[in-house]
Design a binder for this molecule. Structure first.
Ligand SMILES: Nc1ncnc2c1ncn2[C@@H]1O[C@H](COP(=O)(O)OP(=O)(O)O)[C@@H](O)[C@H]1O
Ligand SMILES: [Mg+2]
Ligand SMILES: [Zn+2]
Length: 262
């Protein structure tokens, strides 16, 4: 695990049926899922129950079903539209990050399907594979997980990379998910843009960019040439960072290719 990337041997699987993960896009599914009534977790916007896929290529696997908690933020369809747009952009950024070969391991964005829940309610909810050992890496208000775990450092670098690779137009944050072997699965990502709200309720616009760089400490997975917000008086906006407490075990390649996206 965590070796220098090699372009020749890394072939991400593009066949959704061969994997429990699907690229964003496919959303309406005729399949049903078995869901427990008890709420497993709650976030700011969503309520989450655990369950199991009962049909299709993921039959038997554990899943979560998410529903929006508060109708004051709009109907299910309206809130889902914002989520979906953020998810699609997140997917493009994550693909660019994978191509840039910052690490050999692969990152994936989980794409929920809208499925009918067999819990007596018959509700349609957003269903995606359960992530065991769930970790929150950063949020959309500048909070950073202080862990020196290499995966956590990669996730902070992913957020920084997103700003660079989009030419300062977007910033991917609210990075959360979990690793299984060499793959880190991400869910519920937020994207800040130059126009707050473009990517739904979690898009804080330019304030989001500033809040990220106020607390972001570049680590060994970031590149010195990646775009940053500068203070009006010059110099990076972030406060000086303490050296990484624990050196990541990964060997970082000398240089990465940066694919201009968007
Ligand atoms: N795929 C998943 N596997 C396991 N737990 C999850 C998964 N997705 C979400 N959760 C749990 O549910 C919580 C809320 O879900 P999330 O999608 O982040 O909602 P919100 O938009 O309200 O932040 C998360 O903080 C996490 O604890
Ligand atoms: Mg969340
Ligand atoms: Zn950085």
């Amino acid at each position: 695990m965590f070796r220098r990337p090699c372009r020749m041997f890394r072939k991400p699987c593009r066949d959704p049926s061969a994997s429990p993960f699907k690229p964003p896009g496919s959303s309406e599914s005729p399949e049903h899922v078995k869901i427990k009534r008890k709420v497993y977790a709650e976030g700011t916007y969503k309520s989450v129950c655990k369950g199991r896929f009962i049909a299709g290529p993921r039959a038997g696997q554990a899943c979560v079903a998410k529903t929006f908690r508060n109708p004051k933020y709009g109907s299910f369809a309206e809130q889902w539209a914002g989520e979906r747009q953020a998810m699609r952009t997140a997917q493009q950024i994550v693909e660019a990050f994978n191509h840039a070969m910052v690490i050999k391991e692969e990152l994936r964005v989980l794409a929920p399907d809208i499925m009918t829940c067999d819990d007596g309610t018959g509700e349609r909810r957003m269903v995606e594979p359960l992530i065991r050992r769930y970790v929150k890496n950063n949020n959309n208000a500048g909070w950073v997980n202080p862990s020196g775990d290499p995966w956590n450092l990669v996730m902070q670098a992913l957020s920084h990379f997103s700003y660079h690779a989009t030419g300062g137009r977007f910033l991917l944050c609210d990075v959360q998910g979990g690793s299984v072997g060499n793959v880190y699965s991400l869910t519920d990502l937020a994207v800040h843009s130059e126009t707050a709200g473009r990517f739904g309720l979690t898009d804080n616009g330019k304030h989001g960019f500033v809040n990220f760089f106020k607390t972001h400490c570049c680590n060994s997975f970031c590149r010195p040439y990646w775009l940053k917000i500068e203070k009006p008086s010059g110099g990076p906006i972030s406060t000086p960072c303490a050296p990484e407490r624990k050196k990541p075990r990964w060997k970082v390649p000398a240089r990465v290719g940066c694919h201009g996206i968007f």
